[in-house]
Design a protein around this ligand. Structure first.
Ligand SMILES: CCCCCCCC/C=C\C/C=C/C(=O)SCCNC(=O)CCNC(=O)[C@H](O)C(C)(C)COP(=O)(O)OP(=O)(O)OC[C@H]1O[C@@H](n2cnc3c(N)ncnc32)[C@H](O)[C@@H]1OP(=O)(O)O
Length: 309
């Protein structure tokens, strides 16, 4: 949240804004500007960090990190995986040399299968609460990031996977009709919470969100493009190159101006969750532990297994 505060001018004050903006040709936000002239020691500088489920490659020349989600088989968001994602994001956010982030998947055909259903089925209320707190944390970190964030959606991305992509500044999806993206919660008999709904509405508007959420729609890439759920659809092997191209375009904008604008656009949505976190956790726990909801989740998991057989 420090990132958000600094974006909102707490650090600089409104009167300092103009001078900050005019000085942004020298310094991009609190991060140093990357010199276009490469000195020998700057050439080919990149670092790589890998935890068991998240691999991050940071190119220090460009200030762009690529975060590869690698939690087999389908990058479903378990408590452990979310914790690793949050730690990686925190590190990148603190790293003055990182200004842009591309999120993608190392798993074939899937960006992320969304929240791990097994974290919501047959678990104690305490564990469910802990899980939901981590989901909130991940959303807050991504949605309020000072970095330019690009989702390179190289596979299917239902529910929580779609939410992750929606938190980014720009979404590029592989043009493969076998893939789909959307907030399909109602199809599982569950309800997308208000901050999922807000994030979707901020992207595709009220009417499209009403239909998408009530029907639990999963869109093929070309349909997702039409409705504005993704910003670009490219051939599968072009997803990452297109993301690199986009991130550079976004990074060319004076950084303070971009960050403050992003924060202005997202602040009220973020505030709504931050001021209601505990109540939201309680709502989730009491909803998800209901017998009828547990039954729906069980049925859905069986359907997933049957689909395979
Ligand atoms: C009154 C208001 C109260 C508010 C309360 C709020 C409540 C809100 C609660 C929660 C919000 C929920 C958000 C979510 O994200 S729920 C998760 C939704 N996800 C899905 O629907 C996706 C399901 N998966 C798929 O559709 C497919 O798996 C796929 C398209 C992602 C990939 O297909 P494919 O490559 O064919 O793989 P398989 O289907 O064979 O799957 C492999 C393996 O993985 C298991 N699996 C898949 N998805 C999940 C998942 N989300 N969680 C856990 N496990 C998953 C699948 O079962 C297979 O397992 P295996 O048979 O053991 O190999």
């Amino acid at each position: 949240m420090m990132a958000v505060r600094s974006c909102l001018g707490v650090k600089f004050g409104v009167s300092g804004l103009l001078s900050q903006l005019t000085s942004s040709t020298r310094h991009h936000g609190s991060r140093p500007c990357v010199s276009p002239i490469l000195t020998p020691q700057h050439r080919n500088t990149s670092s790589s960090s890998t935890s068991s489920k998240v691999k991050v490659d940071l190119d220090q020349n460009t200030g762009v990190a690529v975060m590869h989600m690698q939690s087999p088989p389908v990058n479903s968001l378990s408590l452990d995986f979310i914790t690793e994602l949050c730690i990686s994001l925190e590190k990148l956010e603190m790293d003055k040399g990182c200004r842009g982030l591309i999120i993608t998947s190392s798993q074939p055909k899937v960006f992320s299968a969304g929240l791990d259903i097994l974290e919501m089925y047959g678990k104690s209320p305490e564990r469910c609460g802990e899980f939901w707190k981590s989901v909130q944390e991940l959303w807050l970190k991504l949605y309020s990031s000072n970095m330019v964030t690009i989702a390179a959606v190289n596979g299917s991305s239902p529910a929580g996977g779609c939410l992750m992509a929606l938190t980014c500044d720009y979404r590029i999806m592989a043009d493969n009709p076998a893939y789909s993206i959307g907030l399909n919660e109602t199809q599982l008999g569950i309800v997308a919470p208000f901050w999922f709904k807000d994030t979707l509405m901020n992207t595709i508007g009220l009417r499209n969100s009403e239909m998408a959420l009530q029907l639990g729609l999963l869109y093929k890439p070309q349909d997702a493009l039409k409705v504005g759920l993704v910003d670009q659809v490219v051939p599968e092997d072009q997803v990452l190159p297109a993301a690199v191209k986009s991130v550079n375009k976004w990074l060319a904008v004076p950084e303070h101006a971009r960050q403050i604008t992003k924060s202005m656009m997202r602040k009220s949505t973020i505030d709504r969750l931050t001021s209601n976190r505990e109540a939201d956790i309680q709502n989730f726990v009491s909803f998800i532990t209901r017998e009828s909801i547990q039954k729906s989740l069980r049925g859905y998991m069986e359907l997933l297994k049957q689909k395979k057989a």
